[in-house]
Write a new protein. Sequence first.
Length: 269
Amino acid sequence: MAVSVSSSILSLPLLLLLCSLASGCDRCVHHSRASFLTSSLTLAAGSCGYGKAAGSFGGGMLTAAGPALYRKGVGCGACFQVRCKDGELCGTAGARVVVTDRARTKSNGTDLVLGSPAVAAMAQPGMAARLAKLGAVDVEYKRVPCEYSGRNLSVRVEERSRAPSELAVTFLYQGGQTDIVAVDVAQVGSSNWRFLTRDHGPAWSTRLAPEGPLQLRIVVTGGYDGKWVWAEREVLPLRWRAGEVYDTGVQITDIAQEGCFPCDTQEWR
């Protein structure tokens, strides 16, 4: 399977967009608070719109994110390593969580709302129940690359799509430490690319999709620049169907670098 990944110098407006979408040094260690949910069902059905697919993200370790991390939906699908600072109740490794919802907390000091599997993963052996009873704890966290073993970046065609021209997709299993900032679609073999508009978070759509079969290309934040990524084969077949999930054949492993030097990149200690 041929996969094409291309780096390019992007236009100034797009570079400014990439910089504005990256939160300040989110790859570095931050200190905040996290609150807990007794169930992860709310997070799976969260505002990012992943639905039941979210249950397969990160072993079900999900989180809602405050405004700085949610970034009006651009932060959907981002992965964070988080650990609590109570040495009696919590281990040093912490838990790796995936953003699937917007946090609806009243406190500006709470950046994350963790589901019960993540709370249990943070806890020392036998301490999960005591930790959960606290309801909220001081934490430190940093953004880390997402890893989906055996899965490529995929697109789910949403139910409101109407072939051939009305196409709405949601991206699933986005690896690496990047944001998707642009999406184009074209008929296989054509150079007539048409752009999609972000509806929210990982969801993009167009009313001007060409007839299938279709290929996709996307721009992700990579390094200090943007990078075009596409698969040199069809992603959506001639008769694509709403509700289906299609494999792009692409695995994203890039790590975006924010231009916010100096930056504390200390490892967990």
